[in-house]
Design a protein around this ligand. Structure first.
Ligand SMILES: CC(C)(COP(=O)(O)OP(=O)(O)OC[C@H]1O[C@@H](n2cnc3c(N)ncnc32)[C@H](O)[C@@H]1OP(=O)(O)O)[C@@H](O)C(=O)NCCC(=O)NCCS
Length: 92
């Protein structure tokens, strides 16, 4: 799920059923969303991801996203707080 506002698209969430992971489904869905956003006039994509979510961070790196910032202690976990990593990708 994502949303386009003017020249920006934000990736809000992506999830693949546990029984179907590592088959390229999320990569294809996010790439299709970015293509659609580009066609709607978006030039930059943004997202934020929990620092302890290795799978999602690897997915976004795989799609070309770069890390641009960090929100300290953003997500609550039973074991404590986790940073949010902000990432972006130029679409042009
Ligand atoms: C993150 C998530 C959406 C990935 O979905 P997926 O369909 O399995 O991802 P893909 O198969 O398209 O993976 C594409 C690439 O991302 C990276 N990747 C995905 N899962 C990974 C993992 N568990 N470990 C390391 N790299 C991973 C790899 O580079 C992978 O390419 P490869 O398989 O050729 O090595 C899935 O693990 C998920 O639903 N997690 C729970 C929800 C979540 O955390 N969503 C993201 C935050 S909103």
């Amino acid at each position: 799920m994502g949303r386009v506002v003017l020249d920006e698209v934000e990736i809000l969430t992506v999830a693949t059923h546990p029984g179907h992971r590592r088959a390229g489904l999320a990569r294809r869905r996010v790439a299709a969303l970015l293509d659609k956003a580009r066609n709607m006039g978006a030039t930059t994509a943004f997202l934020e991801v929990a620092a302890d979510n290795g799978a999602a961070r690897a997915l976004y790196r795989d799609l070309g996203f770069d890390e641009t910032g960090r929100r300290r202690s953003y997500y609550a976990r039973e074991t404590g707080k986790v940073d949010a990593i902000t990432m972006s990708l130029r679409l042009t």
